[in-house]
Design a protein around this ligand. Structure first.
Ligand code: FBP
Length: 551
């Protein structure tokens, strides 16, 4: 009995197709430098923090000769940071192959368990024998991941000691982890270390992007997996015609996943957090809007439908955003006192007394379970763990109340039976799609080229992604260019700005054009499972978001 599936065996044989510009290796790539750059906001504050790495030029790779790339053997460390995303192993594979192509003696070590592996000096040497089992597979299990933030002086000192023998460190992570990468790059420069730090844009949430980073890796595969599940639910709904399904989809700060899955399946209601914030909708108004569609459909005899809820919805509702931000500060300022209180109810009482009367009564008005979930520990970067907050249940509870009021008023005669789903972890470790397998391999290979050229403080950038991978454009984007100052853990911190759904952007406009029709009809699409073999139309398609944004 073997412990790999038939698909895994076949999938290992997939050979990612490198962008043309990378295909001849490090010594045949010319480095083109652009003009000095600025951070997207708070320039003077960011410049003051990143004295040594602020203002770097953008880098684009072109075909040509390169004398500068390191010919001497180098030792490079890689760390996978934050939530899993399909394709992480291919980043390591591309990195490994890029380094070995330049010099067989180059070495790659993988820090274990995320950034804590750097602090605790836990690592393993990556060899071809080891890596061959992981090529084109999902998950981060080759070296695991973690959410530790390298923050304290002591942690920086440990990192310094443990990276002393490295020539480069590659940080594969989202906005927070790459912010950390930028801080490490700055620290290394300040300490005169010979360490080049390069980031790789990872997150299924799709919120680490800009004009040069078209998408983060993992978004493509994860949304395809969620879309298969939601599509199947749509078909079930249309067959039985008796339930309303509420599916919450991962994406803690932005609604890109929900929008993309919306395009792929065309359900009846798709909530976009960014729109809710822009329109300053209250929780009650959101519930009214959903109830309105439920009532309209029931008049046509349709007591069924599908609703997509972005995981981060709660933080987009202005009154809840205010509450969460006050809670963040209260929890951070009173962490010692709170750690001595053991029951959640007593903790809640303590917090109620610290909040303003308005926020305290808002919190008291929430279902007890949701209020407790809001009190849960923040992650090391100061983020609320929205994946643990069951917003869909909150909505359903409120919709029930609203519909029974409408019933009493004689405005609703339907039946509302709701089923909930949370699709998150199901999509984060799937076998990468062809797109992610190619993209991740290119990102890793590209990071190797940046590292071999000592280009520190950059994010690996591979773009032109709606074209075949041979035509992709490669280079590096200064990490400080994407930064602004935000409030975290009750303090102002430099962070890479998250890319939220752009309400003026083409994907959102396309959605608005269609949503009224989706609401009242059954325009469902059933995308089915990811296809790894077969016609290019189904195996190589990119996301609808990329198609509308770049099409
Ligand atoms: P990253 O931003 O680190 O890639 O992680 C994103 C994410 O998958 C979110 O969608 C989700 O809210 C969160 O991770 C869950 O975190 P955890 O794995 O710690 O439960």
């Amino acid at each position: 009995m073997t412990n790999v599936s038939e698909l895994q065996i076949e999938r290992r044989k997939f050979k990612p197709v490198l962008p043309e510009v990378l295909s001849k290796g490090a010594f045949n790539i010319e480095i083109k430098k652009g003009k000095p750059t600025k951070s997207i906001a708070d320039q003077s504050k960011i410049k003051a923090i990143f004295k040594n790495t602020y203002g770097l030029p953008e880098i684009v790779f072109a075909k040509g000769k390169n004398q500068a790339a390191s010919k001497k053997a180098v030792r490079v460390g890689v760390v996978l940071s934050g939530g899993q995303a399909p394709g992480g192993h291919n980043v390591i594979a591309g990195l490994f192959d890029g380094l070995k192509q330049a010099n067989k003696k180059n070495e790659l070590v993988g820090f274990l368990g995320g950034p804590s592996g750097i602090v605790e000096n836990k690592y393993k040497l990556i060899t071809e024998e080891l890596l061959s089992k992981y090529r084109n597979t999902g998950g981060f299990d080759l070296i695991k991941s973690g959410r530790t933030k390298i923050e304290t002086d002591e942690q920086f000192l440990c990192a310094k000691n443990n990276c002393e023998k490295l020539d480069a460190l590659i940080v594969v992570g989202g906005d927070d982890s790459n912010t950390n990468a930028a801080l490490i790059a700055e620290f290394a420069k300040k300490e005169n270390m010979d360490l080049c730090v390069v980031g790789v844009p990872k997150t299924i949430d799709g919120d680490l992007k800009n004009s040069r980073i078209e998408t983060s890796f993992g978004f493509d595969t994860a949304t395809k997996i969620y879309a298969e599940l939601v599509g199947n639910i749509c078909r079930d709904v249309n067959s039985a015609q008796k339930y309303w399904h509420f599916a919450r989809l991962m994406g803690r700060s932005a609604s890109h996943i929900t929008l993309e899955v919306g395009f792929k399946t065309q359900p009846n209601i798709v909530l976009i957090g960014e729109e809710i914030l822009a329109k300053k909708l209250t929780l009650a108004k959101i519930v009214d809007n959903i109830a309105d569609i439920i009532v309209k459909r029931s008049k046509d005899g349709k007591n069924f439908g599908v609703v997509l809820v972005p995981e981060g919805l709660i933080e987009f509702i202005p009154e809840m955003k205010e509450l969460i931000s006050a809670l963040n500060d209260t929890l951070a300022d009173n962490s010692d006192a709170l750690s001595k209180i053991h029951s959640v109810e007593e903790k809640k009482e303590f917090v109620f007394n610290k909040l303003s009367p308005k926020l305290s009564s808002l919190m008291k008005s929430l279902p007890a379970g949701i209020a407790s979930q809001l009190m849960l520990d923040r992650d090391p970067h100061g983020n609320v763990q929205v994946s643990l907050i069951e917003t869909e249940k909150l909505l359903i509870e409120m919709i029930h109340k609203k519909l029974s009021e409408l019933k009493k008023q004689g405005k609703y005669a339907g039946k509302f039976s709701a089923i909930t789903h949370f699709f998150g972890y199901e999509g984060r470790c799937g076998i990468p799609s062809n797109f992610d397998a190619n993209y991740c391999y290119a990102l890793g290979y590209n990071a190797a080229i940046l590292a071999l050229n000592g280009l520190t403080g950059y994010l690996s950038s591979v773009r032109n992604l709606t074209k075949p991978s041979k035509q992709w454009i490669c280079g590096g984007i200064p990490l400080t260019m994407m930064m602004n100052v935000e409030r975290r853990h009750g303090k102002d911190k430099p962070v890479i700005q998250k890319a939220l759904v752009d309400l003026k952007g083409k994907p959102f406009k396309e959605f608005v054009k269609n949503r009224d029709k989706w609401a009242l009809t059954e325009s469902y699409i059933f995308p089915g499972p990811i296809q790894y073999f077969g016609p290019s139309e189904v195996t190589d398609m990119t996301t609808k978001t990329l198609k509308y944004e770049r099409g």
